[in-house]
Write a protein that binds this ligand. Structure first.
Ligand SMILES: Cc1cc2nc3c(=O)[nH]c(=O)nc-3n(C[C@H](O)[C@H](O)[C@H](O)COP(=O)(O)O)c2cc1C
Length: 157
């Protein structure tokens, strides 16, 4: 019996375009696993009939964008599977875990849907761009149902 194609919607907002670039890589990864992917700016979302709704926001002034917060409070997200991500600079100076968790917890707490995963990406600029592309592509594969490939982390307490 063949698996039905997983239908994924990616909803985003952006000011500078880096979130848009990241979403392109996520889409490529998901498509490589046979998913179908629609990408909509938060202002153009109409249909919510998808297996998974990935919702991503950059962080400005310690906050996810208001447009994304509004979207997450929509009543018609009830019972929908939602994957949340943020894009931000919080990776520097070891603040990542603490700050990123704060941003994501805020999004989850107001989300009317069923949050199935949360993650973060760095701004896709400078020397990190190439590595970012691989990370985002892998995330795309993962949300489409591919087995997770994580490097083993050694030496952490
Ligand atoms: C004015 C400004 C404020 C920002 N504030 C934060 C912040 O509070 N925390 C953070 O981690 N990143 C912050 N960033 C970094 C952005 O989240 C990052 O550049 C992101 O990639 C922007 O996404 P976009 O290009 O899709 O708009 C800020 C960037 C700018 C330009």
């Amino acid at each position: 019996m063949g698996r039905r194609m997983k239908r994924i919607l990616i909803v985003y907002d952006t000011k500078g375009g880096s979130t848009w670039e990241i979403i392109g890589w996520i889409r490529d990864g998901a498509i490589s696993q046979g998913a179908s992917v629609d990408i909509k700016s938060v202002r153009e979302v109409d249909n919510l009939d998808y297996d998974l709704i990935v919702t991503g926001s950059p962080i400005y002034g310690e906050q996810p964008m208001g447009s994304i917060i509004n979207f997450l409070t929509r009543d018609d997200l009830t019972n929908k599977n939602i994957a949340l991500f943020v894009v931000c600079f919080a990776g520097v100076f070891g603040l990542r875990n603490f700050m990123v968790r704060r941003y994501l917890d805020e999004m989850r707490s107001i989300c009317k849907g069923h949050v199935v995963s949360m993650t973060s990406f760095d701004a896709a600029t400078g020397p990190w761009r190439k590595l970012n592309r691989e990370i985002c592509y892998d995330y795309g594969r993962e949300i489409a149902g591919a087995p997770v490939r994580r490097p083993k982390v050694v030496g952490t307490a």
